[in-house]
Design a protein around this ligand. Structure first.
Ligand code: SF4
Length: 327
């Protein structure tokens, strides 16, 4: 995509699992012990336009949070390149850029319980010269008001806020750094449905502003459909389908996406939560050959081509899908 603002090119991330107790003892005794690396993200390429909100969906363990942390510069890729507006998100040896900010599922974990909210909101901007110390209190009050909270809460501690209010504070804190890119990793997953709606409306308001580019990671297909311009579906570390939200939801081209969407109407309490396809997601330590989805795919043709050849993303109507029979 030539007008990419966020560019992810051929990015992979390998993790080497910690040694078990037995392996550690064996290693101390001089045995040669090796752990097999886990490929959390495999050769992912995607682009996000300026001001666009891209949804990233998939089962737990599919690599979507790892990809989010790579885009945020929290992790270094094992291979490939990530750029924001043409500049590396994390050049070797440099500090992580403040151009990307992250909102996590659990806002409590990202707020210091001993720090008043006003300090939490101004700590980063003061350190980076985005606000003058004399204006810090006014700045913090403005930031609270911008996310629909009472500015008089500025002197409170995190435990004095509800879960939904804390997530608003976390969003305000991220936005206080004036980022170009926001990575939201399951930001509403731990909230009640009514509170989720408030946070979703807040994010919709941010999207309407037009300047903020967002990667929205979620297992909630209903929220992604409501919020995102485009959606990427991830399976075992790879993107298997990506395209405009409407195209993907109305005419999914990958069997995995189809199985996810087919499950949605059966879900309870109005929540269109992700339901895995039949069978277990294979271990990333030992991914199936060919198409990694073939052991669970209802239309797989094995051995050829589905077990022998890995399908690449290709044009399939309004979107791209990595299936030999897409389109
Ligand atoms: Fe199913 Fe084969 Fe398509 Fe993979 S390539 S999704 S196994 S039909």
């Amino acid at each position: 995509m030539s007008d990419a603002f966020v560019s992810v090119a051929g990015v992979s991330k390998l993790f080497r699992p910690a040694l078990s107790v037995g392996d550690r003892i064996a290693a101390r005794l001089g045995a040669s012990v090796e752990t097999r690396p886990v490929q959390a993200v495999s050769d992912v390429s995607l682009a996000i336009r300026r001001g666009e909100m891209l949804g990233l969906v998939g089962e737990s363990g599919c690599g979507k949070s790892t990809l989010g942390r790579l885009v945020a510069g929290i992790l270094d890729p094992s291979a490939g390149r990530i750029e924001i507006d043409g500049a590396p998100v994390r050049a070797a040896g440099r500090k992580v850029t403040t151009r990307v900010q992250t909102v996590f599922q659990d806002p409590f974990s990202s707020l210091d319980p001993r720090m008043r909210i006003g300090e939490a909101l101004t700590e980063g901007p003061l350190a980076h010269g985005l606000v003058d110390r004399r204006d810090a209190t006014v700045f913090a009050r403005d930031r609270l008001a911008a996310v629909g909270l009472d500015p008089d809460m500025v002197g409170r501690f995190p435990h004095q806020f509800s879960g939904g209010q804390r997530q608003r504070v976390a969003i305000a804190r991220a936005l206080a750094m004036r980022p170009d890119v926001l990575v939201c990793d399951e930001p509403v997953a731990s909230l009640d449905v009514s509170i989720q709606a408030q946070i979703v409306n807040l994010l919709l308001g941010l999207r309407a502003g037009g300047d903020l580019t967002t990667l929205f990671i979620s297992h909630d297909l209903g929220i992604v459909r409501h919020l995102c311009d485009r959606v990427a579906v991830m399976y075992l570390g790879r993107i298997v389908e990506i395209g405009p939200t409407r195209s993907v939801y109305e005419d999914p081209q990958h069997p995995y996406t189809r199985s996810l969407l087919a499950a949605v109407p059966r879900l309870e309490a109005g929540r269109a939560v992700f339901t895995p396809a039949v069978g277990q997601i294979p271990s990333p330590l030992d991914p199936p050959p060919g198409c990694a989805f073939h052991p669970r795919c209802p239309i797989a043709r094995v051995p050829d081509p589905c077990r022998s050849e890995r399908p690449l993303l290709r044009d399939a109507g309004g979107q791209e899908a990595a299936c030999h029979f897409a389109g």
